[in-house]
Ligand binder design. Structure first.
Ligand SMILES: Cc1cc2nc3c(=O)[nH]c(=O)nc-3n(C[C@H](O)[C@H](O)[C@H](O)COP(=O)(O)OP(=O)(O)OC[C@H]3O[C@@H](n4cnc5c(N)ncnc54)[C@H](O)[C@@H]3O)c2cc1C
Length: 340
């Protein structure tokens, strides 16, 4: 392997996302481990300064810069990335597994006559041959893969590598011109909408995942439900801690069916087999039973705690490090007080 190319798209505010900076660390580690050169290619608008700030990773930096490339659009993203790949002629292309990148990169790999594997979570080398690892079947099987076709495109999942820290820029940045065909611009981004009626509650970078289960909406010891109370307690906890909000399928489904449930939950909050598999250092499950289809989504949560009234709930079957047999309403009210 002679050359590794790192590619990413800049955000609207001319920065690289956390996931993009992590993928840059991965690209650098990969290039160093096989003594290959590392080139960097960025796409965005007014990104000269951003590109130069990555000088500590590579002195070979190219950009496709212009208003047409500022937001996510398949046609312009594909053309820009294709141009960067063509001028670098890499053996391996490393990119962050963001929504924007995962959507466009398979098409770019096809145009470049290469091969792509998305959601890669690690790599090693054996006799200078690159071996990448990725999960299959909802994180149940871990596969090691090699590939002879070049360029080999890899998108790296979030939360696996430390983020690269940009420095004062010193490298010369080369601008690649891409002739924009007007028909590429038929799609425009008019507005970005957050989940209905609430601040964005899914925060991949948060230290804590707070999971709310359907128990918050069930009849309690006094024979009544207390959904408004639950909403207030959870919202206060999230606001005070900045935790990311996860949910069980049961609770998300209740909201979708129009039953009284927590107003700020959407399908995006669902953790589990048919939901997400977030990565956070800590997790706290509240009024959630901890059944396997839900708990499988906790695979990458390092320290797990749960609060449940039922001492025989799923979390008690070896799925949590600490299980508090207690009323989540009382515990979380007290926690909120202590956070003051
Ligand atoms: C194919 C398939 C895919 C699925 N995928 C997913 C998935 O991706 N994600 C997912 O979450 N589920 C998934 N499920 C559903 C899953 O099996 C469970 O039904 C679901 O996780 C249960 O949600 P829950 O724990 O919130 O609700 P419940 O099972 O109703 O549990 C509520 C819990 O709250 C506790 N409780 C009640 N009041 C309090 C209180 N005051 N204090 C403390 N505890 C209290 C109760 O003791 C109980 O344990 C899937 C199921 C199938 C069949």
């Amino acid at each position: 392997m002679k050359r590794v190319l790192y590619i990413a798209q800049a955000d609207k505010d001319n920065k690289l996302s956390q996931t993009s900076l992590e993928a840059l660390t991965a690209a650098k580690q990969l290039a160093d481990s096989v003594s290959a050169s590392l080139a960097i290619g960025l796409v965005g608008e007014n990104i000269q300064e951003l590109a130069a700030s990555l000088s500590d990773a590579s002195s070979e930096i190219a950009i496709v810069d212009g208003p047409e490339f500022s937001s996510s659009r398949y046609a312009t993203d594909a053309a820009a990335l294709e141009a960067l790949v063509k001028q670098t002629a890499p053996s391996v292309v490393v990119a962050p597994a963001t929504f924007r990148m995962n959507r466009v990169l398979p098409g770019v790999a096809h145009r470049a006559g290469g091969h792509i594997d998305t959601h890669v979570n690690g790599f090693s080398t054996e006799n200078k041959e690159l071996i990448v690892t990725r999960w299959y079947y909802r994180q149940r099987l871990l596969a090691e893969q090699t590939q002879s076709k070049e360029p080999w495109f890899l998108t790296i999942d979030a939360g696996l590598y430390p983020a690269f820290v940009p420095g004062p820029g010193k490298a010369a940045v080369k601008t690649i011109d891409v002739d924009v065909d007007q028909k590429w611009l038929r799609t425009t981004v008019k507005e970005v909408k957050s989940p209905a009626g609430a601040a964005n509650t899914v925060k991949p970078d948060a230290d804590l995942l707070f999971v709310s289960g359907a128990g918050w909406t069930k009849r309690q010891q006094d024979g009544s439900t207390h959904v408004d109370d639950a909403t207030g307690i959870i919202a206060e906890f999230l606001q005070k801690t900045g935790a990311s909000l996860g949910s069980t399928k049961s609770l998300v489904d209740l909201s979708g069916e129009g039953q009284q449930a927590l107003p700020f939950l959407t399908n995006l909050n669902q953790v589990g087999q048919t939901g997400s598999t977030p990565r956070h250092p800590k997790g706290l499950a509240t009024a959630c039973h901890g059944e396997e289809p839900h708990a499988v989504g906790w695979r990458f949560i390092k320290e797990r705690r749960a609060i449940n009234l039922d001492p025989n709930c799923g979390w008690a079957q070896g799925k949590a490090d600490v299980l508090y047999i207690a009323d989540a309403f009382k515990v979380m009210k007290k926690v909120n007080e202590l956070l003051d």
